[in-house]
Ligand binder design. Sequence first.
Ligand SMILES: Nc1ncnc2c1ncn2[C@@H]1O[C@H](COP(=O)(O)OP(=O)(O)OP(=O)(O)O)[C@@H](O)[C@H]1O
Ligand SMILES: [Mg+2]
Length: 238
Amino acid sequence: MLRLKNVVKTFGALRAVDNVSLEVNEKEIVGLIGPNGSGKTTLFNLIMGALHPESGKIIFQGRDITNLPPFKICHLGINRVHQIPRPFLKMTVIDNVITAYLYGRRGNKYEARSKALEALEFVGLKEKALLSASALNLYERKLLEISRSLVTGCKLLLLDEIIAGLNPAEMERAENMIRKIRDELGITIFWIEHVMKAIKKVAERVIVMNQGKKIAEGKFEEIASNEEVIKAYLGEKP
Ligand SMILES: Nc1ncnc2c1ncn2[C@@H]1O[C@H](COP(=O)(O)OP(=O)(O)OP(=O)(O)O)[C@@H](O)[C@H]1O
Ligand SMILES: [Mg+2]
C-alpha cells in the first residue's frame, strides 16, 4: 500500500532520514520505533507531504506522491494524528471534526455534520460533541484527532505517539481503538510509539530507526533480540 524507496531528508548537515526504504501492506498494523531524534516524525512529515525529500520516492497505492502537497495526499487517503494534539480550542468538538471533513473540499453542511457525528460515535466522543474542545483531557483530544482523521476517509492512518502520556486504563482503551480502526474500518495503521508494551501487544510488524536509518524490522520478538536494536536503546531492551 505504501512504499518508500531510498528516501533521504537532511536538515543542514543532519541526515534526519537517511536512505530509508520500507513497505506497509494493506490492513497491517505496523509499529515504528527508535530512540528520540531518530527521524520517525520526520518520516511521517515526508509521507504527508509536509516536507519533501532530497531524494528517493514515496509511492502510495501505486502512485508517486513524493512531491505532492499535503491536501492532495490527504485526498488520496493518507492522514495522521499528531504527537501533540492541537484542536481548535475555541470551537466545539463537532465543529473541529466538521472542519476536518470540509478541509480542501466543497461541502454540504448537513453531510459534514452527520459524518462528524458518526466519527465521534466511533471513537466514543459523541456525548461531548457540543462541548468546547478546550474541555477535553489529553486522551479525549487524541480521540478527537482520530475522529478528524477518520472523516477525511483515509485508508492509511499515521499515528504519532498515541499512547504516550496516557494512564494505564486509557492506554488499554487506545490500544483497542487502534485495533478497532483496522478491524472495523479496514484502515491500515502505521504507528510511532515509545511505549513498548503497547507495540508488543498491538503491532503486527515493527520497523526500527536509529539516527535516520532503518536498522531492523520484523515481529516484536525478533527486533527485541536484535543486537543493533538493543545497542541503539543503550543496552536496554526496547
Ligand atoms: N524542521 C526541522 N529543522 C531542523 N531539524 C529538524 C527539524 N525537524 C526535525 N529535526 C531534527 O531531525 C532529527 C529527527 O527528528 P524527529 O522529530 O524526526 O525525531 P523522532 O524520531 O520523531 O524523535 P522523538 O521520538 O523524540 O519524537 C532530530 O535531530 C531533530 O532535531
Ligand atoms: Mg517524533
